[in-house]
Write a protein that binds this ligand. Structure first.
Ligand code: GTP
Ligand code: MG
Length: 174
């Protein structure tokens, strides 16, 4: 029999970048064109088998990007404080969403567990005709900040499993 590892994962990022959509794709392999903004936070779990001997269970906190749906401005620390890993999401068609993502990364690097594994996800890669953030720019930032980096599409499922699998592989599995 193999081993089961459990990790807490938090999703952070501006409203409408597709945090809930990434989770819905990862957990249920579904996508909605019209998703309601998350209120407070949603909790979901998903397990992935890395190999015959290793299963990783993610306990996922999908937070609200909209300030008005947060009970308090300072609610986020409750979700990232004991997180083992974080996915910070931006939308490749919105430059301002990368700025917001960078400020989340800074906050995590100052306030979260020093061993937290952080991944940057440039979501909506299917909307390449409206791209505003170049892949190279985001990759350079991710390298400098020590983050995993993927361009994803919750709509087409591109790189969604790859994102979560690469996080699992970076977590302490022993
Ligand atoms: P908050 O809960 O308000 O923080 O937003 P969110 O980050 O959870 O965004 P959500 O998943 O609700 O998605 C916002 C909108 O973007 C929805 O209309 C989704 O259908 C759309 N969307 C999400 N991911 C993608 C994607 O990869 N491609 C495209 N084309 N649209 C997407
Ligand atoms: Mg949401």
């Amino acid at each position: 029999a193999g081993k089961l590892f459990q990790f807490k994962l938090v999703l952070l990022g501006e409203s409408a970048v597709g945090k809930s959509s990434l989770v819905l794709r990862f957990v249920k392999d579904q996508f909605d064109d019209y998703r309601e903004s998350t209120i407070g936070a949603a909790f979901l779990t998903q397990t992935i088998c890395l190999d015959d001997a290793t299963t990783v269970k993610f306990e996922i906190w999908d937070t609200a990007g909209q300030e008005r749906y947060k009970a308090r401005a300072s609610l986020a620390p409750m979700y990232y404080r004991n997180a083992n890993c974080a996915v910070v999401v931006y939308d490749i068609t919105q430059t301002s969403s990368l700025d917001k993502a960078k400020s989340w990364v800074k906050e995590l690097q100052r306030q979260a567990d020093p061993n937290i594994v952080i991944a940057l996800a440039g979501n909506k890669s299917d909307l390449s005709a409206r791209r505003a953030v170049e892949t190279e720019e985001a990759q350079a930032y991710a390298d400098e900040a020590g983050l995993l980096f993927f361009e994803t599409s919750a709509k087409t499922a591109t790189n969604v499993n790859e994102l979560f699998t690469s996080i699992a592989k970076k977590l302490p599995l022993d």
